[in-house]
Write a protein that binds this ligand. Structure first.
Ligand SMILES: Cc1ncc(COP(=O)(O)O)c(C=O)c1O
Length: 314
């Protein structure tokens, strides 16, 4: 496969058939250039903002993200030559921090958490303070930017081209951008397909919770605006220990993925809302990223013990 442009390494990811108790197809989004589904959002957003004259080469890009979106934006800004400030949690993993820094971003660390241990509100305040004091800054704002959820039309279109029929799609949620963009495209092609959002215990998207969330990538501390654009039929909330145990099960098949992939795999096997004979149904899900970024967390026994997640023996 000859590639002319480095950003063409974003999108057109493989679709893998996974044999489990309930068989499904998984879109391997970890195969994107910077390693996750968020590469689609970063590419679409930066390219669209250039095209629409919102940013230029010297515009400072700023975003609040400790994870895949920060990495994806750092990569896109490196390619385009824009300075990038990434506002992160103090508990950002060493691996993510190193990748973001190596890609040339400046890191600013939030310090104030809410009662559930979420730093997202402080991170957003830091971004707003920076914008109020500087000119020629663009906040990509993944929780509200219409470019973000439209970026995932490409994912929905790829799935619709790859599958003759889709009956169920399971999507992990955080900013709800993937859910919004993917669900809208899929419903255009397959209106009867049921879209199931998968969240993690401790997240506040679908219900108020006083549990603390430790896993990154999935869930968030409020209801993101992107959810308004999503066409979903149901949601399911998975315990962190079940998500991590499922990652270990996937390892037995040679698949090493992040925690949200484990959550979605668990959701597929345990969803109570299937209405028909499953043998004939086509189920699709996304693996948002690969497992290497989680070596210090969900694949680390001490980390699991420290945060009180009981996943049995490694
Ligand atoms: C690793 C990872 N990337 C991306 C996503 C999708 O997130 P969003 O809802 O922000 O599009 C998730 C969701 O759980 C995730 O876990």
């Amino acid at each position: 496969m000859k590639i002319q442009n480095i950003t063409d390494l974003i999108g057109n990811t493989p679709l893998l058939k996974v044999n489990d108790k309930i068989e499904y197809y998984a879109k391997l989004e970890g195969n994107n250039l910077f390693g996750s589904v968020k590469d689609r959002a970063a590419r679409y957003l930066i390219e669209s903002a250039y095209k629409d004259g919102i940013i230029k080469n010297d515009t400072v890009i700023i975003e609040s993200s400790s994870g895949n979106f920060g990495i994806a934006l750092a990569g896109m800004c490196k390619i385009k030559g824009n300075p990038f400030i990434c506002v992160v949690d103090p508990n950002i993993t060493e691996i993510n921090r190193k990748i973001i820094e190596l890609l040339g971003a400046q890191i600013v660390i939030a310090t104030k958490s809410d009662e559930n241990g979420n730093y997202v509100l402080d991170r957003i305040q830091i971004v707003k303070d920076y914008i109020s004091k500087h000119k020629n800054v663009y906040w990509t704002n993944q929780y509200q930017n219409r470019y973000v959820w439209k970026a995932y039309f490409s994912l929905g279109e790829e799935l619709c081209n790859e599958m003759e029929e889709i009956n169920y799609v399971f999507v992990a949620v955080s900013t709800c951008g993937t859910l919004a963009g993917t669900s809208r495209k899929i419903k255009e092609h397959f209106p009867n397909c049921r879209i199931i959002a998968v969240d993690i215990a401790g997240s506040q998207i679908f219900e108020k919770s006083n549990r603390q969330k430790h896993i990154s990538g999935i869930g968030t501390g409020f209801v993101p605006q992107n959810l308004q654009h999503a066409k979903y039929d149901d949601f399911i909330i998975i315990d962190e220990s079940d998500a991590i145990s499922e990652c270990r099960n996937l390892l037995l098949k040679g698949i090493m993925v992040g925690a949200s992939s484990g959550a979605v795999a668990y959701a597929i096997q345990n969803y109570g809302g299937y209405s028909e004979d499953l043998q004939t149904k086509k189920i699709v899900r996304l693996f948002p990223d690969r497992g290497e970024r989680y070596l210090d967390t969900i694949y680390n026994k001490e980390w699991c013990n420290k945060v009180g997640i009981d996943i049995g023996l490694l």
